[in-house]
Write a new protein. Structure first.
Length: 231
């Protein structure tokens, strides 16, 4: 994976308020740490950072040039996103050096087509591997071509690029091939699903009625404090 050059600025405001102001300015709050160095708080340009992550993935290598003259290589260690806006809230960046080995989680993609009338259960979407910090793959691949029901793809079956070593348990399940349910089996489960749904709705109704009754009754001897108004 090629490195992406990105500029940064030192960050002097901290806490939630400082982070919000940083994001309103079109930047992502971030912290650089590792190699025994004192953590360095920086702000990254949000648009450039997002574009790099979309293209290179969560393990994109960054060559960061801070406006105070600092130049470092770093890998994202933890990325916080806003689930609604899908924007970056904060990034932890791990300092790395060329030739240094790092252990990271890499996404696994399944290739090929399993046998007819099968379902694929994804047990683990990522695998822990060790690689050169400048050669972390953006994804790994495992073949399910022609796989019949009962076949399980493990970490040991995942193809690893040269120089990449498996850090996870080789027997860790990645995907399992199962038989697709027949139309008769699906029809047979419908009454059970409908019955469970009706029972759940009835329980919710009972809890709601009980809660309303509890809220309406005041404890004996308990007085409510009068509302205060400010002039």
């Amino acid at each position: 994976m090629s490195e992406v050059k990105i500029s940064a600025e030192p960050r002097t405001e901290f806490g939630k308020g400082g982070a919000r102001r940083t994001r309103r300015a079109g930047k992502v709050p971030a912290v650089l740490y590792g190699h025994g160095e004192k953590p360095k708080h920086i702000a990254l340009p949000a648009r450039e950072f997002a574009a790099a992550i979309r293209k290179g993935g969560a393990n994109q290598l960054f060559a960061i040039e801070v406006s105070d003259g600092t130049q470092v290589l770093a890998l994202p260690k933890a990325i916080q996103r806003d689930p609604v806006k899908d924007t970056f809230e904060h990034v932890d960046l791990l300092l790395v050096r060329r030739g240094e080995k790092v252990t990271v989680e890499v996404p696994v993609e399944l290739t090929g087509e399993a046998a007819n009338n099968t379902l694929i259960v994804h047990d683990h979407d990522t695998l822990s591997v060790t690689a050169d910090a400048t050669r972390v793959p953006d994804h790994l691949e495992a073949s399910i071509e022609g796989a019949e029901p009962g076949v399980q793809v493990t970490a040991a079956d995942v193809a690893l690029p040269a120089g990449v070593e498996l850090a996870a348990d080789p027997e860790l399940p990645v995907a399992t091939v199962t038989a697709a349910p027949t139309a008769e089996q699906l029809e047979a489960t419908l009454p059970e699903v409908e019955e469970a749904t009706e029972e759940a709705e009835a329980e919710v109704g009972e809890v709601t009625e009980g809660s309303e009754g509890a809220e309406s009754a005041e404890a004996p001897g308990e007085e409510t404090e009068p509302a205060r108004t400010e002039a």
